[in-house]
Design a protein around this ligand. Structure first.
Ligand code: ARG
Ligand code: GLU
Length: 721
């Protein structure tokens, strides 16, 4: 009975899986999906989306910084991404006197644009299937470590050849756990300036209260400009640089969308785990996520308390708070979604179906007979290691002083070398000084002391048997459960909590001073945790990970043999992808329907709740919306703000352009609904919705709210009546 039930779920689920909306597809292979896309409303061709000879839409899309996407919306290098993607930059330009976070920032002209040290944008020049060459460098039956070594060597070779004397950055990435390999050739631009940011009450409206939620009313966008040398090539920042002229940029649509309109999201999703086995899903649901949630609940409580009592701390910790809260809330949603989908049962039943297929197809299946049992025994070893590894990051690295002190390890080892060259030492000193300046600008020691006390207590309590780092064993012995006293001791004795003391050390630094660093209690604690984790946790974990990789490589290959009719998409891996779907609502919970659009009326509704600070809006916004000053961007009596659609997206898709069937820019992706967050592991076409800012709202903010018409002039706005 139970078995038939499970098989039924498996069948239903596999039917659900072939629904159009699931998947993040490689642009160079998009011709495989193009018929379906055109049936859904796409009016342009596969070559319009991706081409290596001549401009195509891919040339208008960039990786922004390390973890986001951005899109060109003018021929003069004007780039749009999310407010939350540029938030760190905006924060670094902000102070109590110049509070751009709260007030927003708009350059009146090119001279006022702000340079962002270290910020880069990355453009994909081309991608190439190099599977054959990579696999030729391996031998059948090679053990996994030698296999990966051989792959690494040939991948580096291929990547190096494609660099063309440093003109490009190149990388070979595995797909389907190493069943396929692609070479990616990128160009990286290094002069990227801030052009405009709406105030928090628009760009971050709803804040963490609304994060990962629908209905949403956030103008989550920011504008940058990319600069190049006089030949349109990458260059270090210089006042002589000129705006980069992209091969392609998006027309921005002012048209009103209809429900069921075709949409696609073109960007750089970070990581999905679509092929995990039931054991892995169970571990995430029952151990990894609960641990992260528990620890971050405590961190956020401490942050909230200190941020509420001082404006300075509020600004210092705004970005850190958003970062900690974001994953915390996602994990909660992911667990809820996986439970609702019966994810463990569904995985188990598809594993049973796999095993049945093996029995029924002995000739093809034989090779896989022991695969699932091997997964199980490997995960038994892997999971305690993985847990300890994650625990280090959550309980160790979320203490700022631990992160900061760890950055001095290199300086210590350089100083210990005999006859260290002066320039090597100086270079390292500069690095550390730089890190110190950045660190103390946004550091509030009393807050961090509280975080240290709380997280150290968790770290000790949650450590797996036999995996307690010696530093923590010592704390336990000396302080028992009183980690408050431990934290107080560290903070009263360490120089790492004081900018003055650290700068004094660094300004008069001589190699023999490494002993002073090593004697410091905060340094000893941080370096000890780090060393333990690297040697006792990460190294063995990686060995097992290697084994898992090889099992998954076999497993995904087998699944593709078992279901030859299915177009399996490769997990996201920070490479450029296309997802497509429609503007559509959903039924998230019994008795509740999500409509696809929100409007300015909803901003005013939320703003009428004075007790929610995340819903505070400026006088100006309130007046404009109340008086319905919507210019050319109205839909009836309303201004559309956000919309949801059924595109399969993930972290990294923030800032991705959302395009209509003609390739016009209709919005910018910035989130998923909370009911969707399990889609990294299991996608549900009924539930999974990405959230975007409507291009109408973006145009309205630039034009009516900020009055920056010069920006509209350089854009190509379409769909105005
Ligand atoms: N949830 C979105 C993403 O994963 C937005 C995060 C930034 N916003 C925030 N309120 N923390 O990145
Ligand atoms: N906000 C996410 C990001 O920063 C995108 C939302 C998602 O994870 O789908 O990439």
């Amino acid at each position: 009975m139970r078995k038939t039930f499970l098989t039924l779920i498996a069948i239903l689920f596999s039917i659900a899986c072939v629904k159009a909306e699931e998947g993040m597809w490689l642009p160079s292979l998009i011709h495989k999906n193009i018929e379906e896309m055109q049936a859904m409303g796409l009016e342009i061709s596969a070559e319009d989306l991706y081409s290596e000879d001549g401009a195509s839409i891919k040339d208008a899309i960039v990786r922004f910084g390390r973890g986001c996407t951005g899109a060109f919306i003018s021929g003069q290098g004007l780039l749009i991404t999310n407010h939350h993607c540029g938030y760190g930059q905006l924060q670094r330009h902000s102070s109590v006197e110049n509070d751009y976070l709260t007030e927003g920032f708009w350059a009146a002209n090119a001279d006022e644009e702000l340079h962002n040290k270290g910020l880069t944008i990355t453009l994909l020049v081309r991608m190439e299937d190099v599977t054959q060459r990579v696999l030729e460098a391996t031998e059948p039956g090679m053990d996994e470590e030698r296999f990966q070594e051989a792959v690494a060597v040939v991948s580096r070779e291929i990547a190096d050849e494609a660099k063309e004397n440093g003109l490009y950055e190149t990388q070979v990435n595995p797909f389907y756990f190493g069943n396929e390999y692609y070479l990616f050739v990128y160009k990286v631009y290094r002069d990227v300036r801030l052009v405009g940011a709406p105030p928090s009450s628009i760009g971050k409206f709803g804040g963490d209260t609304d994060n990962w939620m629908w209905p949403r009313h956030t103008g989550d966008f920011m504008l940058f400009r990319v600069y190049a040398d006089e030949n349109n090539q990458p260059a270090d920042y210089s006042p002589d640089n000129v705006p980069y002229q992209p091969e392609k940029f998006f027309p921005v649509s002012a048209r009103t969308l209809e429900p069921h309109d075709f949409t696609m999201v073109y960007g750089f999703p970070g990581r999905t785990n679509r092929y995990l086995t039931s054991d892995a899903v169970q571990f995430i649901m029952e151990q990894e996520n609960p641990m992260g949630i528990e620890l971050r609940t405590d961190i956020l409580q401490i942050y909230d308390q200190y941020m509420a009592s001082s404006d300075k701390v509020r600004i210092q910790y705004a970005s850190k708070h958003a970062g900690v809260a974001n994953a915390w809330k996602r994990w909660i949603g992911e667990n809820r979604g996986l439970k609702r989908l019966n994810a463990i049962e569904v995985k188990k039943s598809s594993e049973e179906a796999f095993q049945e297929w093996i029995q029924e197809n002995p000739s093809q299946g034989q090779a896989y007979e022991d695969l699932l049992t091997e997964f199980q025994s490997t995960y038994m070893i892997y999971h305690p290691l993985r847990y300890s590894f994650r625990l280090y990051f959550e309980a160790g690295q979320n203490v700022e002083i631990n992160r900061f002190a760890r950055q001095f390890m290199k300086l210590v080892s350089v100083s210990q070398q005999k006859d260290v060259a002066d320039d090597v030492l100086q270079a390292e000193l500069e690095q550390v000084k730089d890190a110190a300046r950045r660190f103390f600008k946004d550091y509030h020691a009393p807050l961090d002391q509280q975080v240290l006390a709380t997280l150290t207590r968790h770290y000790i309590d949650l450590s797996q048997p036999g995996m307690l780092p010696p530093e923590l064993a010592e704390v336990k012995k000396k302080y028992g459960a009183d980690t408050e006293r431990f934290a107080r001791d560290i903070f009263s004795r360490s120089m790492f909590v004081s900018e003055e003391k650290i700068m004094k050390l660094l300004d008069n630094y001589r190699p023999s001073h490494h002993r002073r660093i090593e004697r410091d209690p905060a340094y000893r604690f941080a370096a000890g945790l780090y060393n333990f984790t690297i040697a006792e946790v990460q190294a063995p974990m990686q060995k097992v990970q290697t084994k898992l990789d090889s099992l998954y490589r076999v497993y995904t290959a087998a699944l593709r043999i078992m279901k030859p009719e299915e177009n399996f998409f490769p997990d996201a891996n920070s490479t450029l992808r296309i997802a497509y779907g429609r503007v559509e609502g959903s039924y998230p919970r019994n008795g509740i329907q999500f409509l696809p659009f929100t409007t300015s009326e909803g901003i005013l509704e939320k703003a009428a709740q004075p007790d929610v600070v995340d819903y505070t809006i400026s006088e100006r916004l309130s007046t404009l919306l109340k008086n319905q000053v919507f210019g050319d961007y109205a839909t009836g009596d309303d201004l559309r703000v956000n919309f949801i659609a059924s595109n399969h997206t993930s972290g990294g898709n923030s800032g991705s352009p959302v395009l209509d069937g003609q390739g016009n820019f209709i919005g910018i992706n910035f989130d998923r609904s909370w009911e969707s967050t399990m889609s990294d592991i299991m996608f549900d076409p009924e539930q999974c919705r990405n959230i975007s800012v409507s291009s109408q709202y973006i145009l309205w903010v630039i034009h009516q709210y900020a009055g920056k018409e010069y920006l509209l002039d350089e854009m190509e706005v379409t769909g105005l009546e």
